[in-house]
Write a protein that binds this ligand. Structure first.
Ligand code: GRG
Length: 293
């Protein structure tokens, strides 16, 4: 039976359920926080300033969107979240490293993140750089220690490395100094943001032994959600200023809003094609549309 794409009107009617979902999000986040806290409490024999710098950025008020997404994916597939917590931690390590490095003077040179001074403002550039390096390396240590398959390593490396986030960052730097068309902007968003979000879903499917064809559908869902996440970020930012290199700067705010709706509908359709007709992954799409930060 052909799958009907749910209209945005219907989507917004479901927002009564959003409060329940926010509680679910919050308990998944707490589960992850506890795991991460315990992991770092066991980390000994490293320089105190390095540890402080890592913990400063890791426990600094992030939304934990990616690990929560991994936990909700495991729930959807039907495996206990404990099995995927090391993977979720690896994703958050990589996300945190990318934020520390992105803020450095040689990149965006930002003084504040999440309303607090950036890592290099507190600990100096060298320690901030090394804290990022340490987190990136720790991601692959935790994966190799916890999973017998190398698939999670492959999926995260592809998303974060040469073909993914690093290339996205370079393209984003180029976009700040030259005209960039909408196709290139989409590519930047995909590589810089969507691939890591997609890996948060695909990696869990791989750990759960989901066959390749369906695993690729989970990946596609994650990519669309990741793109929707970045579009929502751009729309939020555009309330203050339309940044060069953002989608609203290329197609305007109204068309960006339409695009967010279309991408969200496509993501829902992918879930339906996986026989997932309701539940937390649908709710994540809705939460993204409604979020204010
Ligand atoms: C340095 C290799 C390298 C890459 C940096 C992630 C990144 C690439 C740059 C950060 C700037 C940015 C706006 C990236 C897009 C991805 C994004 C929206 C990051 C913010 O993610 P949230 O909102 O952050 O999940 P929190 O603070 O909640 O953890």
């Amino acid at each position: 039976m052909p799958v009907e794409i749910q209209s945005l009107k219907t989507l917004s009617l479901q927002s009564n359920n959003l409060d329940n979902f926010k509680e679910k999000y919050s308990s998944a986040k707490n589960l992850f926080e506890e795991y991460l806290y315990e992991y770092f409490s066991k980390l000994s024999d490293i320089d105190a300033k390095l540890k402080e710098s890592i913990e400063y950025s890791l426990f600094n008020g992030g939304k934990r969107f990616r690990p929560v997404l991994s936990i909700l994916t495991s729930e959807t597939i039907g495996i206990p979240p404990q099995k995927i917590l090391p993977f979720a931690a690896a994703v958050e390590f990589i996300h945190t490293y990318s934020l520390i490095h992105d803020d450095l003077p040689c990149m965006d040179n930002d003084d504040f993140r999440r309303g607090k001074p950036t890592n290099h403002k507190v600990f100096g550039e060298s320690i901030a750089l090394l804290a990022g390096d340490a987190l990136l390396t720790e991601a692959f240590l935790i994966l190799s220690k916890n999973y017998s398959t190398t698939l999670p390593i492959q999926i995260l490396s592809e998303a974060a490395g040469t073909r993914g986030m690093v290339d996205g960052q370079v393209r984003d730097m180029n976009a700040k100094s030259a005209y960039t068309d909408i196709n290139e902007l989409e590519k930047i968003h995909n590589k810089k943001t969507a691939l890591l979000i997609s890996a948060s879903v695909e990696g869990v499917a791989a750990i759960c032994g989901i066959p390749l064809d369906n695993r690729l559908l989970f990946k596609k869902f994650g990519q669309l959600l990741g793109y929707a996440f970045q579009l929502k970020d751009d729309l939020q930012d555009s309330k203050i200023k339309i940044e060069k290199g953002s989608i609203p700067s290329s197609i305007g705010i109204e068309k960006t809003q339409d695009l967010l709706g279309q991408i969200t509908s496509q993501a829902r359709q992918i879930l339906v094609s996986l026989n997932i007709t309701q539940g937390p992954l649908h709710d994540m799409l809705l939460l993204n549309m409604e979020r204010s930060q």
